[in-house]
Design a protein around this ligand. Structure first.
Ligand code: PMP
Length: 435
């Protein structure tokens, strides 16, 4: 209805302009710039909702860029963090809670025999790269076009957004990710197209690859499942050519299931990195995997970090993992699936050509594609301008979903929230279909 499409964001705009006096660009991560009509300022969260500076109550499908798998305000997680905070903030020593945290992750994630905690996905990606180079004595890391493993110079290559894929699909031309990035820092990488086993096999056969690093389901661009046999084939090819396999489960971890994509698809890599949902938005990341590889950290491979295993974040991790029961996945997945199916049906009814694919707790909507995407080049063909108009139309109706088409679902997105969302999807679809 007209009324439902009327949310305004003037106070956010005013405060973003004010922020820019002290905060570069008004935001603290470049990835927060992408929204139409502009970045928002939030006062607080409440389950599936965010309340912004204009007083709008918005259903949130950003979910902390995938982190808040239990919603914005899970009471047991907040209380655990509060109790831990009262005991002290940072000890630069060990605490009983970090044993419990490590045990829970190692019991749940198939590849995790041992681990080290850090604070962000970007830094544990660096730790994994250092481990595989130490273990193999080789240098090259195979990275795939469109996959994202953090913002550091030695890995921010051929990574969307802003990537204009060039060169042949099975041997892309490496694309630098930022002004100011050291161009020589890409020398340790070899960029390939994902989901193409023949290209990977051919590259590995050169014998200089330390590891293959991938999102086991490609979720930074699209929500693309590996082709049948691809993960198994990649692991076997790594074995044949003396390379290790790293899964970046920063998005897929605790979202494609409690044991991540590796459990869902039944392929166990040598190393795994996790972050985001591991502690429902508290700053925890982990590099985990084979004990002999992790033990290199006690044998000359350096890994540091003042905030590693931060006590409040550890308490939040334990409380989060305690809430991530099989029933959580069953219930949330049913809601996520209903939402995904509902969006697909409504877009079809309103005459909008779209692909709606992915997993119940993380899926992707791409306008203008005739078939589901298999890799970055496919998903890059989607009509981003039309989708951006749709995302804006949704936001005006109180639903916030990523401009790049990703939807993250939490346990707070219950039947009533899904109903309201689908109503907004109907209105937004009608608005953009009429344009
Ligand atoms: N890997 C993947 C797959 C990610 O999605 C991200 C963050 N979007 C990262 C690594 C980097 O994590 P962080 O932002 O915590 O540094």
């Amino acid at each position: 209805t007209q009324q439902a499409a009327a949310l305004r964001f003037e106070e956010s705009a005013r405060r973003i302009a004010e922020n820019a006096r002290y905060i570069a660009g008004g935001v603290n991560s470049n990835f927060r710039l992408g929204m139409v009509p502009g970045p928002l300022v939030f006062e607080r969260g409440e389950g599936a909702y965010l309340i912004d500076a204009d007083g709008n109550r918005i259903i949130d499908y950003y979910c902390g860029m995938g982190a808040t798998v239990l919603g914005h305000t899970p009471k047991p997680v907040i209380e655990a963090a509060q109790r831990q905070a009262e005991k002290g903030i940072l000890f630069a020593g060990q605490m009983p809670i970090e044993y419990e945290a490590a045990r829970l992750i190692c019991e749940r994630v198939p590849s995790a025999e041992r681990l080290r905690f850090g604070s962000s996905g970007s830094e544990v990606a660096q730790a994994a790269m250092r481990l595989v180079r130490a273990a193999t004595g080789k240098r090259i890391i195979v990275k795939f076009e469109g996959h994202y493993h953090g913002w550091f110079d030695n890995i921010l290559w051929s990574t969307a957004p802003g990537l204009n894929a060039a060169g042949p699909e099975d041997a892309p031309t490496p694309a630098i990710g930022s002004r100011g990035q050291d161009p020589a820092a890409g020398d340790g990488l070899s960029i390939l197209g994902w989901n193409d086993l023949a290209a990977l096999e051919a590259r590995l056969a050169r014998g200089d690859v330390a590891a293959v690093m991938m999102e086991p389901a490609m979720c930074n661009q699209g929500a693309i499942a590996p082709a049948p046999g691809y993960l198994e084939g990649a692991l076997a090819a790594c074995r044949r050519h003396g390379a290790l396999l790293i899964f970046d489960e920063v998005i897929t971890g605790f979202r494609l299931g409690r044991g991540g994509a590796q459990e869902r698809f039944g392929v166990t890599p040598d190393l795994t990195i996790m972050a985001k949902a591991i502690a429902n938005g508290f700053p925890v990341a982990a590099v985990a995997g084979r004990a002999d590889l992790l033990d290199l950290f006690a044998d000359g491979v350096l890994h540091g970090g003042t905030f590693n295993a931060q006590p409040i974040a550890m308490a939040a991790l334990v409380a989060t993992q305690t809430m991530l029961t099989p029933e959580h996945y069953e219930r949330s997945s049913a809601h996520g699936q209903r939402l995904q199916d509902g969006i697909r049906a409504i877009l079809a009814e309103e005459g909008i050509k779209a692909q709606v694919v992915g997993f119940p707790l993380m899926f992707h909507v791409a306008f203008g594609l005739d078939a589901p995407a298999r890799n970055y080049r496919d998903v890059a063909r989607a009509d981003k301008v039309a989708y951006s108009r749709f995302a804006h139309a949704l936001l005006k109706r109180g639903v916030r979903a990523l401009e790049r088409g990703a939807w993250f679902v939490s346990s707070e997105h219950d039947a009533a929230v899904i109903d309201r969302t689908l109503e907004a999807v109907r209105g937004a679809a009608r608005e953009v279909a009429g344009q």
